[in-house]
Design a protein around this ligand. Sequence first.
Ligand code: ADP
Ligand code: ZN
Length: 205
Amino acid sequence: MTAFVRGPVGWVEVICGPMFSGKSEELIRRLRRAQIARQRVQVFKPVIDDRYSDEEIVSHSAQRIPAHNVRTAREIMEGVEPRTQVVGIDEAHFYDDEIATVVESLANVGKRVIVAGLDLDYLGQPFEHVTRLLAQAEEITKSLAICMRCGNPASRTQRLVASEERIVVGGARAYEARCRQCFEPRLSQVELALEDRGRARKAGQ
Ligand code: ADP
Ligand code: ZN
């Protein structure tokens, strides 16, 4: 697509899929290429995700790129400088519902906006803001991980800890990628708590 673009037309690319599917990796790859092409790039990450180092996006495969920490979608809008050509946004599902409006406004003033985020929550239900972004986008990439149960392509994120909060921040200890067949969204909280305890016991051995 980029090869045919003349001037600052502005558009939205969304990279979605489950955890561990390479969304951050792909976001970082695209942003790096833009930097190599000497375009002005700004990257944003929500401060809620404090799993890794602070002022950068780090993928599960340890790829990294410096990023501004923000707490709201509006802070992205306020943080984008007029000269910026490419805006990268990771973990789109963590933002408030203003994120789709912000992304749309940035694209409308000529920015290339690349957004990565989960399309489905731990129950397999769509994250509404991400769904809206998908509808607004010029280009969509759906990435798949590898199912940790059977090795097939995985489109779902299995929560491994007992919680009914929609947002529970965690990495490989709290989540794993699963295919449609192996995904167990309704695993009861009791079963999860038991599995949790079993894992903790094994880790302590
Ligand atoms: P996402 O942003 O989608 O969570 P990342 O880009 O952070 O994904 O990480 C992708 C990397 O995660 C892969 O390149 C691989 O090294 C690692 N990984 C860990 N578990 C899996 C899995 N089940 N399937 C595929 N990749 C995995
Ligand atoms: Zn499977």
